[in-house]
Design a protein around this ligand. Sequence first.
Ligand SMILES: [Zn+2]
Length: 341
Amino acid sequence: MAFVRTVLGDIPAEDIGPVMFHEHVLFDIVPPGSCEDRDAAMPVTERWQIDYRSNDTVANAHQQDVDIAAQELRRFSADGGGLIVDQSVAGLARDANGLAHVAKASGTHLVAAAGTYTRPYLSSALIRLDIDDLTARFKAEVTQGLDGTSVRAGLIGEMGCSWPMAPFECRALRAAARAACETGAALSVHPGRAPHACEDILDIVEGEGLDLQRVVLCHMDRTHPDGSGIQPLLARGANVEWDFFGIEQSHYWMGEVDLPIDRDRLWLIADFAQAGYEDQILVSQDICTKTRLHHWGGHGYGHILRNVVPLMHRFGFEPGLISNLLRDTPLRLLSLKETPV
Ligand SMILES: [Zn+2]
């Protein structure tokens, strides 16, 4: 029987409702070396401006309060949500025990992630590890526990890749692919911001023997904003993810990209589904700022369920496609093969 490894233990995949495959529940994405006030006030009068230029405000880029997180997850459950994957890997203040606490307090299933983020976020001790050390580390994160806890990861990644890839990132990606082969966990990759980044990533992980059907390429929204370049990734068997749902604006805080809005994302997804790839597509919101949470006046983890699903219906998405996007594909990817413990 297929099962999913949550922070509170292994559970049958068939018992799980709609999934948000790429979120951050407890997170810290403050750029290393920043000396701004991490706890500066975020008054409601400034909310829109802070949200629009979200990286300008350090205080917006971390949320580590377990009570607030639990409250957000209760809202997600009330919107019909079943499970959230927190892809906060090492470097993003991963808090395995905190996630277990939040899952228990909210009654919402949570999956934690093995792996490492981009090089600037990592300690020098981590960066020194060789490929065998990293493989052993990622494997142990799935099979034994994260960061000295007994809370195990149910996914590897988002593995952080810059452009061009740092030598450490390349080593870590190869190690993650090896650990995915050995544990059966799927691999999620945050690609560099360049049109060829995803192809290069697939070459690397394929070189390690990983079936590309077990690979998810994140952030299509900013990597391939108009959709060009995605079809060859799908043709190789990889899964692609639009995970900026809820970001409905022109300004992109990390560079010059004409970001799509939810409607554009759905039209691209409809086209790729029509072309035969409907079971290789994931949708999520990649929440990693306070202003996107209910507590600070944002849309919360339930935005897709509450607002985007009605749009899908309006745009003529078949029930089978909606089920693939929200449940079947993410659960196929999260399903592990080994015997549950
Ligand atoms: Zn993310």
